[in-house]
Design a protein around this ligand. Sequence first.
Ligand SMILES: [Zn+2]
Length: 349
Amino acid sequence: MARKRKKYYTAPFTAKQALGVSAALLGILFVLTLLNEAMGTHLPLPSVAQMQAVFDKMDLPGVEWVDEILAQSPTSGGGLAAAPTQVEGDLKVHYIDVGQGDCQLIQAPEQNILIDAGDQGLGDEIIEYLEAQGVERIDLLIATHPHADHIGSMAEVVDHFEIGEVLFAQTPNSLLPTSKTYERLLDSISNKGLQITKAQPGNRYDLGGGAVLDILGPQREYLEDLNDNSVVCRLIFGETGFLFTGDAGEAAEEDLLNVYDSSDLQADILKLGHHGSSTANTSSWLKAVNPKYAVASCGKDNSYGHPHQEVVQRLEEMGISLWRTDQTGTIVVGSDGANLDVQMERQAA
Ligand SMILES: [Zn+2]
């Protein structure tokens, strides 16, 4: 016999009180998150960076203390090995493991390029890694687009290193973030007396020793999705090529396919768009780029499920090997213009 249902209570508190309780719970969760990372325990909690992203989105007044704590807190990256790499070749590309986010270093014969700088709280770790590689000056600093997982720690990088040029994509005003992270980056850039150059498709950067970087996108302003406004660029050294896409999605890929021949897009290594999301990395795009290897820059057990299974399967069917920073840590590829030499921080489990 079915039991008689209990009567529901009416909540004994007001909406305002409920909001207060939620804020307090969020605060407690944040403290637990900090402790979890500080003590190196691996409780199933969100990362500090994820919590920061939540605070950032809420844009609550009076949470500057979060930024202050973060500046001193241990980081949520994959633990960069701050030792110089051993790969062969005059050119090196580092797909730096910054957890859920993007950060790639190109060491060309005469210039250093940094594309994105991970989420918040990773400044010290990124600086330490770059210094261990002998980087003193960043000739070209590219922010693919102003989402926190790409520009989170860029202000610290700007403050620390000598910077040649800063490259941003032209982004519709309606999509520009109002986050403190973004404002802090703009402040750091102007405090250094630097100007921001807009990424211009067709522009070519001579990196010395025969290495060049071509800006391919964004082809236009995308009003729907900030990700599609990502800077897309291709590095060519001899016969070897590397394509970087930020978080560009399907719409951006389609425009690039309309403008360029496959020979202009082809690359040995493709950094997958948007951490390997199925909103990017279409079959026709992968076919045109025709890479041997694809890199998904993503965090372990990230809440987005990146890289998406659909993309993983697509790569498998096309015979493209997938490297994931969440599994292998930082990936460094050396090129002598003909051959690639690869070193990973650890073996994928
Ligand atoms: Zn991203």
